[in-house]
Design a protein. Structure first.
Length: 250
């Protein structure tokens, strides 16, 4: 009887599995095939991306080595061509090189356009985008208004930003040129008061503080105590009469 019941139970289990397979088997097959296809695609994409980065790295190094031989104008064109198809990281580095080459070639406006494009580019690390903003502001600080400079890099004047002191220096210079001496002094005081400021920026800030000082009125400090009398002098109240005048002859 036990064997009979076992055989019946196994037959029922097989029938149940057969029914489930007939009902859901196609979905299981599709799921298994989908997992295999996705895994294969992921592995293939990673291999392709690795190969692409290796090729881009080799080409970028080649461009950097060739740039001094070709001159700044040709180097800028080569960097621009490379950045158009390179992975985002190498493209950003190439754009920074391109803008620097344009500055060297005398095309400051073209360099600003490249820096601005990089600063607005999504997918680029924030540090590189902020660097582009600072470099663009550095180029236009002599011609742009103080409000324009603040619109470009005012947000970088933040205690947590790695480019804060470079931004403060440019903002202070622009404020000084615009005659806003109190604001300029505030930027340079922040630079000097930051222990993380580099020696070069700190030294330039000290120079600018000295130039700004004559234009900023000093606060009047009232003395709380009277100046002590000099040695050999006696203090006489203003309303007190001299001793000889006070004494009446008899």
């Amino acid at each position: 009887m036990t064997d009979l019941f076992r055989e019946i139970e196994e037959d029922l289990r097989r029938d149940r599995l057969k029914q489930l397979w007939e009902k859901f088997g196609i979905y299981l097959v599709v799921l298994a095939v989908g997992i295999i296809v996705i895994a294969s695609a992921l592995v293939g994409w990673r291999a392709w991306e690795r190969s692409r980065n290796e090729v881009a790295s080799a080409r970028y190094i080649e461009l950097v080595a060739q740039a001094p031989k070709e001159g700044p104008a040709k180097a800028a064109a080569a960097y621009a061509e490379f950045a158009a198809t390179a992975p985002s990281g190498y493209a950003a580095l190439a754009q920074l090189r391109q803008a620097a080459a344009l500055v060297e070639a005398g095309d400051a406006k073209g360099a600003v356009v490249v820096y601005d494009a990089l600063a607005a580019k999504s997918g680029v690390p924030a540090t590189l985008r902020d660097m582009a903003r600072v470099k663009a502001a550095m180029i236009v600080v002599d011609t742009a208004s103080y409000d324009d400079i603040k619109a470009r890099i005012g947000a970088l004047n933040d205690s947590e930003n790695g480019w804060k002191n470079s931004a403060r220096e440019i903002l202070g210079m622009s404020a000084y040129k615009a005659g806003k001496y109190a604001e300029a002094q505030g930027y340079y005081d922040a630079i000097v008061g930051d222990p993380a400021t580099s020696a070069g920026i700190r030294d330039r800030a000290h120079v600018m503080q000295a130039l700004i000082a004559p234009h900023v009125p000093r606060p009047v400090v009232k003395s709380e105590a009277k100046k002590p009398a000099a040695a050999g002098e006696t203090s006489t109240p203003n309303n007190a009469a001299p001793a000889d005048a006070a004494a009446k002859p008899e």
